[in-house]
Write a protein that binds this ligand. Structure first.
Ligand SMILES: [Zn+2]
Length: 153
């Protein structure tokens, strides 16, 4: 009888390091603006996000779970009103889903660790970046950690 329980626990623990929280927990943790974007796939208004024009060197983490998602060296000026990256960091940091809302087909970008909404990815727009992709990400979904903070400043 106890053997069954042990087996079950082992399987649960093994199920990756993904973060699962209830809706109530997310509401308690996030501001209403963060919640609307991260958990309800909302979009912040263009040019209003704090990282639209940021050039600071560092790593952009998921604001919901802290996972490292983007490096500043893949950020570029897209003039679209949102922070734009041509690639996420290596290692399946993000998950892509087909999004058919608003009568179009777009590709939604979510955090692979906590499944929070980050933004959308567009391809073939001719920006001249190495991937020809634009990860159009809401500032409110990200937290920038400047490189200096980790160093000896
Ligand atoms: Zn996350």
């Amino acid at each position: 009888m106890p053997e069954n329980q042990n087996t079950q626990n082992a399987q649960t623990a093994q199920a990756t390091d993904q973060i699962r929280r209830s809706d109530e927990e997310w509401r308690a943790q996030l501001s209403s603006e963060e919640y609307a974007v991260l958990r309800q796939a909302g979009t912040e208004r263009p040019w209003t996000g704090e990282y639209v024009d940021t050039k600071t060197t560092g790593v952009y983490r998921c604001r919901a779970c802290g996972a490292e998602l983007f490096r500043s060296d893949t950020k570029f000026d897209s003039h679209c009103g949102w922070p734009s990256f041509w690639s996420p960091m290596a290692g399946d940091k993000v998950r892509l889903l087909e999004d058919r809302s608003f009568g179009t087909v777009r590709t939604e970008v979510r955090c692979a660790r906590c499944d929070s909404h980050l933004g959308h990815v567009f391809e073939g727009e001719g920006y001249g970046t190495p991937t020809d992709q634009r990860f159009c990400i809401n500032s409110v979904s990200l937290t920038l950690e400047p490189d200096e903070a980790a160093g000896t400043a």
